[in-house]
Design a protein around this ligand. Sequence first.
Ligand SMILES: N[C@@H](CCC(=O)N[C@@H](CS)C(=O)NCC(=O)O)C(=O)O
Length: 255
Amino acid sequence: MTLELYHSAHSTCSQKVRLCLAEKGLDWVPHELHFATRDHLQPEYMKLNPNGVVPTLVHDGEPVIESSVICEYLDDVFPEPALTPSDALGKARMRAWICYMNEVPTVAVRVPSFNRVFRPLRYETMTEEQFEGHVGDMPLRQAFYRRMGTKSGFAEAEYEDSLAKIRQTCERIDKAIADHGGPWVLGDLFSIVDITLTPSIQRMADMGYAYLWEDLPRMVQWFADIKARPSYAIAFFPDTAPTEKYPQFFQKEGA
Ligand SMILES: N[C@@H](CCC(=O)N[C@@H](CS)C(=O)NCC(=O)O)C(=O)O
């Protein structure tokens, strides 16, 4: 049995799957892709993942794509320890969270991430022609990249909207913990919901946005508990955080 993961160190979607693999105690063969060299858009990789994004899991030669789907797949194939509620209502709640997470926080986090780090890192010095050459053959997100552009970054309104979406996510986490008795989002079972939310929250914390949830005590405790799990250190190995890898974008004014 082999599990291979095509991933990127700092990709939040890859981090979800690495967390899941670590929770299951599974060994996997890494294939690290680098966005700077467009590894994810090469024809060989796009045979595995036609969306040209990471991660992709390959299990005994069969590719599985979409980070949340990969987590559910891993939980189906390797059921211990269970990361999905056993009852229908619990499963429905988990899947509703996954839908929300894919639509709201995962998308929102990209805006400050690209504004603060990835645009200045990779795109700022490109000419318009080079940028269009890079973006024009992407299967997904061409509009996202064009809204960002090389020099200007996302508009203030889109940035503010993203922070509001993260705040809403945190309020929902805090409320779910209250409603289900915690310590995890669905109650006493640490589940795929906790796994799939973690990289977005970790990214925001890393970039200095933890003030968005500091008045939500259950959310604060939840994130502390997540970080105390052994899977966290495995999934977020050194240099996975933008502040570690690209400290130049986080220097304090006057420093
Ligand atoms: N819905 C996909 C999204 C995957 C995704 O967007 N991955 C990002 C990294 S977190 C990526 O590969 N981006 C490539 C790019 O921006 O060119 C999933 O959850 O797997």
